[in-house]
Design a protein around this ligand. Structure first.
Ligand SMILES: NC(=O)c1ccc[n+]([C@@H]2O[C@H](COP(=O)([O-])OP(=O)(O)OC[C@H]3O[C@@H](n4cnc5c(N)ncnc54)[C@H](OP(=O)(O)O)[C@@H]3O)[C@@H](O)[C@H]2O)c1
Length: 268
């Protein structure tokens, strides 16, 4: 489990959340050039007692920075903002705008060979685009980050992740807080004396090869971490698996970054 750091407003709250998360046991922090929180993540890492080498720092290259030169330059800007010498996991945020599979992957490989990044990640890909990127890369893909929760279960992407042995990282794992209103999750939560948010996280973590990056502040940071201890029954898992209503919350309309291009999943 990582701590998400996308704050549409109140970015400075990020320092407290990441510090709380690290103090509570989290060792994975998820940020992005686009979130404008890299410097706050960096400040939290500096201020924390947790040794840098124990923390997986993940960030993402903004779609407009995906040309060969801009991947290299903007990653150096990210390293500076984060105050680290190596980024543990660098994602392509979306394969859109300046993305060109050969050029972008060549730049990621260059960063990897220079030791400036330890792992390559992709985010918001379709299966054909994943296959294309994996064909071009000599370095294995470490993770694919996508919207994933009880209302968007991503079964095909999960099968692809398992087949090719990389992590599927679930973003928006609490549907932005909306899981708290889902009747099936409320029911299961009451049975275990936990919250629907904890049920959603435990359900995702019950799946092999899935990681989660909930964003949280205050007491939610610890509550989410504690969801790792929650063991759902096979019936609970099956009940959530059977939810057929689909709701994608990150869409072209909701994204200021790429509102003028079709999303990768709209093309397949
Ligand atoms: N790769 C991508 O394109 C992409 C896109 C979107 C998000 N992400 C990543 O995924 C992370 C998580 O996604 P997200 O922030 O959109 O949504 P999310 O994690 O599903 O939901 C965050 C919301 O849930 C609330 N919450 C957190 N823990 C809770 C709990 N235990 N009980 C009740 N409410 C709780 C938070 O409120 P409080 O702040 O009050 O705790 C916040 O309003 C982001 O921060 C970002 O790192 C990546």
């Amino acid at each position: 489990m990582g701590i998400g750091t996308w704050y549409p407003d109140q970015r400075q709250r990020c320092v407290d959340s990441v510090l709380t998360a690290l103090g509570h046991g989290y060792r994975h922090v998820d940020t992005a050039q686009q979130y404008d929180t890299e410097k706050y993540v960096g400040e939290a890492i500096q201020r924390s007692d947790v040794p840098r080498e124990e923390i997986t720092v993940a960030t993402k290259v903004r779609p407009s920075n995906l040309s060969y030169d801009r991947v290299l330059e903007s990653t150096k800007e990210s390293l500076d903002a984060l105050g680290v010498e190596t980024i543990d996991l660098l994602y392509v945020h979306y394969p859109l705008k300046a993305y060109d599979v050969e050029e972008t992957m060549a730049a990621f490989t260059e960063l990897y060979e220079q030791g400036l990044i330890d792992n390559i990640g992709l985010s918001n890909y379709s299966i054909p685009l994943l296959d294309e990127a994996m064909d071009v890369l000599d370095v294995p893909v470490f993770a694919h980050q996508v919207e994933m929760h009880p209302l968007l279960q991503q079964q095909h992407l999960l099968e692809h992740a398992r087949k090719h042995d990389y992590w599927l990282v679930a973003y928006r794992p609490l549907v932005g807080g909306k899981v708290m209103e889902m009747p099936a999750l409320i029911d299961i939560a009451e049975k275990h004396d936990v919250t629907p948010a904890q049920v959603s996280l435990a359900w995702l973590l019950s799946k092999e090869r899935v990681a989660v990056v909930p964003k949280a502040t205050g007491d939610h940071v610890a509550a989410n971490w504690d969801a790792r201890q929650l063991e759902l029954t096979a019936d609970d898992v099956a009940r959530i698996d059977a939810i057929s209503r689909e709701e994608r919350t990150v869409t072209r309309e909701s994204s200021v970054m790429i509102h003028d291009e079709p999303m990768p999943w709209e093309e397949t």
